[in-house]
Design a protein around this ligand. Sequence first.
Ligand code: CP
Length: 291
Amino acid sequence: MKQDLLKISDLSKEEIFGILQDAIAFSSHQKDWQFPQRKLIANLFFEPSTRTHYSFASAEHQLNCRVENFSAQGSSVEKGESLYDTVKTFESIGFDAVVIRHRQDEYFKELADIQIPIINAGDGKGNHPTQCLLDLLTIYQEFQTFEGIKLAVIGDIKHSRVAHSIQEAMNILGGKTRFGGPKEWMDTNAYEIDDLISWADAIMMLRIQHERHESTMNLSKEDYLIQYGLTKKRKEKMNKHAIILHPAPINRNVEIDTDLVECDQSRIFKQMRNGVLVRKAVLKRAFQYEF
Ligand code: CP
């Protein structure tokens, strides 16, 4: 049976730990593991992406897959072809799996009849399960547990698929998540930023999702940083053991002071490295291979 990955909440606690353990194995004693039979994978990105797209490509190449990177521009999408017909075409012409990012929330509901594995690389403001898994891996490497771990997510919560996915996962795993940011971008209880900073074991700063906003932000970038961002002054209030996360892309000096992006407590570029490991684990799971 094929194994899609559409939402983090589709995974049990055991399945999440299974993927994380495989990702850890890929960083240690299974560095060179590859599929016994070569796979042909299509990366279908209908929305912009750097990290997710190219870390999937890197993971696929490391697993000895053949990789095609689809661009909607120049494809029959421009002639009005539907998402279903596009994906059905990839299935029909011999692809073994598809990785999809799409602007539409839960686009995958249209793809229930597709027979090859579908890996969700982000749907609208809904889900981003592989981002969530790499965030979890980064937290787990730091604390060796999720039980009781306190995660603060700060910024544009309402439009963020990352915020919703990590909250669901932390609930499954026994961690605690609190949110903060401008009131108009909250779809749940909001906490004061300074209280969150001193409370948390891990602080995830989010990018402002301008592309999903109906109106423009009425704060300057400088004011946003002072009111809601991670400034050097706020960093002093962080627990000494606490880490800084950001799914990126980063708007330096908006949600985070540029000098903190690579500071001692930041794990932002480690998250990106972990993205390749997690995506290798997710691809391995898609075809149900054992090491
Ligand atoms: N974090 C993330 O999804 O980044 P990209 O949009 O560059 O893939």
